[in-house]
Ligand binder design. Structure first.
Ligand code: NOJ
Ligand code: CA
Length: 712
C-alpha cells in the first residue's frame, strides 16, 4: 500500500479507540448478480460504513474453501475465493478502505485447515513419521487426549476421525473435515509465519487468530491454553513487530477472563482478545433486570497489560455461545432467549440481537449502550445496526448470515440475481421483512435505529475514556440500575443504565466528584451540581445516561478582564482574531460575555452551549477594514440563532476619543505583538456605521442562509 493513499494515523494503539464492524463478504453486497456478495460489492458500500462511523472492518474468511464451515475450512491461504472476486479486487478494496481511514482486520485460521488443503492431501499419503505427514496430528487410537471437550457437539461425537488413506486417526477440534495442524512441527509454524507475512505485506492492519487456544495437544490436559501455545504466540508477535508497524493480533479464545487475559502475555502476545464471558452476562442482566452478572464478571476480569484491549460484542456470526456460563445460567439463558429448541445449536443460541430483544427498540438501544460503555473496543455485527431479523430454520449458523438488507427491491437490494440463486434467502418473516427493515428506509427516517447508531457511535468517539479509560463501578441503592465511571486523564464519563422494564430511581454516592456537575452528552443539559450528599436520578424504562463530569472551574463564566484580552502572535493582522486558537478563545470567552452586554442579543438568560464563527469576510472602504462575521449561537434548550457581527479595530490612541462617547463594554482589548488596540462591534460607532450600512446593503447576500441582522 502506498502511504500517500492512506489517511491512517501512525498509531500503534489504533485499535483501542476503534469501533469495529464485522462483515461477511458473501452477505454484504453482490456486484455481479451471481447471488453471492463480493469485494467489488463491499467496496461500493464503504460510504455507508464510513457514515455509520465505524473505524475498522473485520472480514470473515474469504479464502478458497469448500465452504463446509463457511470459509473457516481453508483450502488455500494465499488467494481469494473466486466467488468473491480475486486478489486484485481485494487489494482495491483495501486501498479504498484505507483512503477512508478504515482499517481492515482479516482472519488467520491457524488451528486447522480444510481436509481439501494440499497439505492434508499430501499428509495422508506421506510416510508415517515424515515431515509432510506431521503437518497434522495422527494417532492409531482414538483414545488419546480424552480430556479435550467436543466443541461442535451437535455434529461431532469425537475429536478423532479415521482416515482410510492414511490408515490412522487425525485430530480435529471442530468439524471432522477440519483437521488440526500440528504446531509441534516447526515447518507448520514457519508456514503460518509466511501466511501472515503475505497478508500484512499487502497492507492488512490486523488478524483475528481463530480458535487460538487449541494449537497444541498434551496428554492429561484439556488441550486448551497450553504453555506451548503462549510460546508460539510470543514468537508470532515478535515476528510481526520486527517486520510491520501498527498491526494487530486479536485472539479468539472463548475462555474465562483469567485464561483469556493470558493471551495478552506480558503485552508480548496478542494486542486484543475477545471478552467472551461478558457477552452473555449483558443479556442476563437485561433479562434479570439486575446489574449483578455484569458487575460480577468485571470483578473477575484481571487488569490487562499496558496497550492491550478487550474486544467486546453482543452478537457475531456464530451462535450466542453459552460456554462461559454456569449450568444454571445456561438453563436460564435457554429458557428466556431460546424457548424454541430449534433456536439452539451446540452450546448456544443462533439468533440475532433484534429478535433476542423481541424487537423492543428500547432494549436494543440499551444493549448497544452497554456495549459502547463497557471496557473494550466494541464490535458491531453487520445488519444489527438496522435491527435485522434471523431465520433459524436455515442449517448450522446460517440463520444469522443472511443477505444484508439495503432496500425494498428484489433480494433486499443485495443482489440482482434470481432470488433462487442467492447464497441464502433474505429475511421475509413479517416483523423483520426486508421491505421494512432496510438501510434505505432507515436512512430516510432520522428516528430510525440506524440513525440512532450513527449518533451514538459519533458521540462515543468524542470521548477517549470509553476506549482507553478505567472503569469504576459506583455503589448505588438500586440493583436494577448499573452506575459506573469511565475515566481517562481528566475526562470522566458517568454511565447510568436502567436495566428494568419499569421506571426506577437510584441514589449514587458521587461525593468524590463534589463541586462538579454532570452534563448529559447528547443534549448538553447540565444537571445539578454534585454535593457532598448522595446524588439522585430518576429513569424511565430501559433508560440510559452518558454524562461528562465537568468541573465548575472549567465552566466559570469569564468575568475578569484577563479573559477578555486577546493576544495575537506577532506579525498576525488583527482580523486573524476569528481564526485558529484566537478564534476559539474569542468564541468561548469573549463572545459569551459580550453578548450578555449588548441590547440586541435575544439569548440572555439562556444557557449557551457553543458559539461558532460560521463565516467571516473582510470589507474594505476608504482604507477602513471591517470584518463581517456570522456567528452561530447554540443553546442547550433552544434553537440556534445566527447573528451578524461587524468588527473593526481601533488603536490605543484613538481609544481616548472613543471612550468618552461609547460604553467600554463593547470593545475588547486586542494585542498584536507590541501594538495594542481594541476590537469593537463596528455597528456601535458612528464613524464606522455609515460606511458599514452602505456596504451591508450592497452585500447582504454573502451567504445563502437566512441571517438575523442586528444593528444598533
Ligand atoms: C471459530 C469461528 O468463529 C467459527 O465460525 C468456526 O466454525 C470455528 N472457529 C472453527 O473454525
Ligand atoms: Ca457476486
Amino acid at each position: 500500500m502506498r502511504l500517500k493513499d492512506s489517511v491512517l494515523e501512525d498509531n500503534p494503539h489504533w485499535y483501542r479507540d476503534a469501533v469495529i464492524y464485522q462483515v461477511h463478504i458473501k452477505a454484504f453486497a453482490d456486484s455481479n448478480a451471481d447471488g453471492i456478495g463480493d469485494f467489488r460489492g463491499l467496496t461500493g458500500k464503504l460510504d455507508y460504513l464510513q457514515q455509520l462511523g465505524v473505524t475498522a472492518l473485520w472480514l470473515l474468511p474469504f479464502y478458497p474453501s469448500p465452504q463446509r464451515d463457511d470459509g473457516y475450512d481453508i483450502a488455500d491461504y494465499y488467494d481469494v475465493n473466486p466467488n468473491y472476486n480475486t486478489l486484485r479486487e481485494f487489494k482495491q478494496f483495501l486501498r479504498a478502505a484505507h483512503r477512508r481511514g478504515l482499517r481492515v482486520i482479516t482472519e488467520l485460521v491457524l488451528n486447522h485447515t480444510s481436509d481439501q488443503h494440499p497439505w492434508f492431501q499430501r499428509a495422508r499419503k506421506a510416510k508415517q513419521g515424515s515431515a509432510h505427514r506431521d503437518f497434522y496430528v495422527w494417532s492409531d487410537t482414538p483414545e488419546k487426549y480424552r480430556d479435550a471437550r467436543i466443541i461442535f457437539r451437535d455434529f461431532e461425537s469425537s475429536n478423532w476421525t479415521w482416515d482410510p488413506v492414511a490408515k490412522a486417526n487425525y485430530w480435529h477440534r471442530f468439524y471432522s473435515h477440519q483437521p488440526d495442524l500440528n504446531f509441534d512441527n516447526p515447518k507448520v509454524q514457519a508456514e503460518m509465519l509466511k501466511v501472515i507475512d503475505f497478508w500484512m505485506g499487502l497492507g492488512v492492519d490486523g488478524v483475528r487468530l481463530d480458535a487460538v487456544p487449541y494449537l497444541y495437544e498434551r496428554e492429561g490436559t484439556n488441550c486448551e491454553n497450553l504453555p506451548e501455545t503462549h510460546t508460539f504466540l510470543k514468537k508470532l508477535r515478535a515476528h510481526l513487530d520486527e517486520r510491520f508497524k501498527n498491526r494487530l493480533l486479536l485472539s479468539e479464545a472463548n475462555q474465562w477472563p483469567e485464561d483469556a487475559a493470558a493471551y495478552f502475555g506480558d503485552g508480548d502476545e496478542s494486542n486484543m482478545a475477545f471478552h467472551f464471558p461478558l457477552m452473555p452476562r449483558m443479556f442476563m442482566a437485561i433479562e434479570m433486570e439486575d446489574r449483578f452478572p455484569i458487575v460480577d464478571i468485571l470483578d473477575q476480569t484481571p487488569a490487562i497489560p499496558e496497550g492491550c484491549q478487550w474486544a467486546i460484542f453482543l452478537r457475531n456470526h456464530d451462535e450466542l455461545t453459552l460456554e462461559m456460563v454456569t449450568d444454571e445460567e445456561r438453563d436460564y439463558m435457554y429458557r428466556v432467549y431460546a424457548a424454541d429448541p430449534r433456536a439452539r445449536i451446540n452450546l448456544g443460541i443462533r439468533r440475532r440481537l433484534a429478535p433476542l430483544m423481541k424487537n423492543n427498540r428500547r432494549k436494543i438501544e440499551l444493549m448497544n449502550v452497554l456495549l459502547f460503555s463497557m471496557p473494550g473496543t466494541p464490535i458491531i455485527y453487520y445488519g444489527d445496526e438496522i435491527g435485522m431479523g434471523d431465520n433459524y430454520y436455515l442449517g448450522d449458523r446460517n440463520g444469522v448470515r443472511t443477505p444484508m438488507q439495503w432496500n425494498q427491491d428484489r433480494n433486499a437490494g443485495f443482489s440482482q440475481s434470481s432470488p433462487q440463486r442467492l447464497f441464502l434467502p433474505v429475511i421475509i418473516e413479517a416483523e423483520y421483512h426486508y421491505e421494512s427493515i432496510n438501510v434505505e428506509n432507515q436512512e430516510r427516517n432520522p428516528s430510525s435505529l440506524l440513525w440512532w447508531m450513527r449518533r451514538t457511535i459519533a458521540m462515543r468517539k468524542n470521548f477517549k475514556a470509553f476506549g482507553c479509560g478505567s472503569l469504576e463501578i459506583l455503589p448505588s441503592d438500586n440493583p436494577k440500575v448499573l452506575t459506573f465511571i469511565r475515566s481517562h486523564k481528566d475526562e470522566k464519563i458517568l454511565v447510568v443504565i436502567n436495566l428494568s422494564r419499569f421506571t426506577q430511581t437510584v441514589t449514587v454516592d458521587l461525593s468524590r466528584y463534589a463541586g462538579m456537575f454532570p452534563e448529559e452528552v447528547f443534549s448538553r443539559n447540565r444537571f445539578p451540581i454534585i454535593q457532598e450528599s448522595r446524588y439522585h436520578f430518576t429513569m424511565g424504562q430501559y433508560d440510559y445516561f452518558w454524562f461528562v463530569l465537568r468541573s465548575t472551574e472549567a465552566r466559570r463564566e469569564p468575568c475578569d478582564e484577563e479573559y477578555l484580552k486577546l493576544k495575537l502572535a506577532e506579525g498576525h493582522p488583527w482580523w486573524d482574531v476569528v481564526n485558529g486558537k484566537a478564534g476559539e478563545r474569542f468564541c468561548s470567552f469573549v463572545l459569551p460575555l459580550y453578548l450578555q452586554r449588548v441590547f440586541w442579543f435575544c439569548g440572555k438568560g439562556r444557557v449557551i452551549s457553543q458559539i461558532t464563527i460560521l463565516e467571516s469576510c473582510q470589507l474594505k472602504q476608504n482604507d477602513q477594514l471591517f470584518l463581517l462575521t456570522f456567528i452561530k449561537v447554540a443553546y442547550t434548550e433552544w434553537d440556534p440563532e445566527v447573528y451578524l457581527l461587524p468588527l473593526a479595530w481601533i488603536s490605543n490612541e484613538r481609544l481616548q476619543n472613543v471612550k468618552e462617547r461609547y460604553p467600554l463594554e463593547i470593545i475588547t482589548p486586542l494585542s498584536l505583538g507590541d501594538i495594542d488596540g481594541f476590537l469593537c462591534d463596528a455597528a456601535y460607532f458612528e464613524e464606522f456605521r455609515e460606511l458599514l450600512m452602505k456596504m451591508i446593503h450592497e452585500r447582504t447576500k454573502v451567504t445563502g442562509e437566512p441571517v438575523l441582522i442586528w444593528l444598533a
